[in-house]
Design a protein. Structure first.
Length: 215
């Protein structure tokens, strides 16, 4: 992963603690051209860092929007290529959850009473290939490549995540202390970044700007 992608992913992880400060939560799209490029490993790391991580490799649409309504987790949807392209209803839920006003209406109970379910929640999606267009349009994109044979790495151990737990605790504390400042921030975006792309990046740039000021 290039350094700029690592920075953006770190900022995205922090933003999951600050959804109430933003009107938009960009999806984190993690793609690769083939298997064994580190997508699942990245999700293992994110699971320790983000707010209320909920990891799944498949789920029904009704389970997703009911879970969001109940606990507003950070969804970590791995292996998206196996279920997402053909599931138009789930794509609609994930698209609507990009905005704080996002919701769906479903009937519930024996009397089929209509009920509105909020869908606003942070979401990361990992898959081989490209994200469906409407989701890609709402995402910060990260493309991973398989490492070279001689490229050094530090193996990730699921039983040694204390340092990530500490980072998550610090991120939560920073978010609590700076929520009002983040909400009031108006970060400058590059002239080449506009419309929905600018909307997607604004939460991350707001966090980066405030972190930079404190250095």
């Amino acid at each position: 992963m290039p350094d700029h992608s690592a920075d953006a992913t770190a900022l995205w992880a922090v933003h999951t603690y600050l959804l109430d400060a933003f009107h938009i939560t960009p999806r984190l799209g993690v793609t690769s051209p083939e298997k064994q490029c580190g997508k699942s490993t990245l999700f293992d790391v994110l699971e320790r860092l983000v707010w209320r991580a909920l990891s799944t490799e498949n789920a029904t649409t009704s389970a997703i929007f009911r879970t969001i309504e109940r606990m507003r987790p950070t969804l970590l949807l791995d292996e998206g290529d196996t279920f997402l392209p053909e599931n138009e209803e789930l794509r609609g839920i994930l698209n609507s959850g990009h905005r704080c006003s996002g919701s769906v209406i479903r009937t519930v109970g024996d009397d089929h009473e209509p009920r509105q379910f909020g869908t606003y929640a942070a979401c990361a999606i990992a898959m081989i290939g490209k994200l469906p267009g409407t989701l890609a349009d709402r995402s910060i994109m990260m493309e991973l490549q398989r490492r070279l044979a001689g490229e050094p790495i530090e193996p990730f151990r699921l039983d040694r995540t204390e340092h990530l737990d500490l980072l998550a605790s610090k991120a939560a504390r920073w978010a609590a202390d700076n929520a009002d400042r983040v909400r009031a921030a108006d970060p400058v975006t590059p002239s080449c970044v506009f419309n929905r792309v600018a909307d997607n990046w604004r939460p991350l740039l707001a966090i980066a700007e405030l972190v930079g000021r404190r250095k």
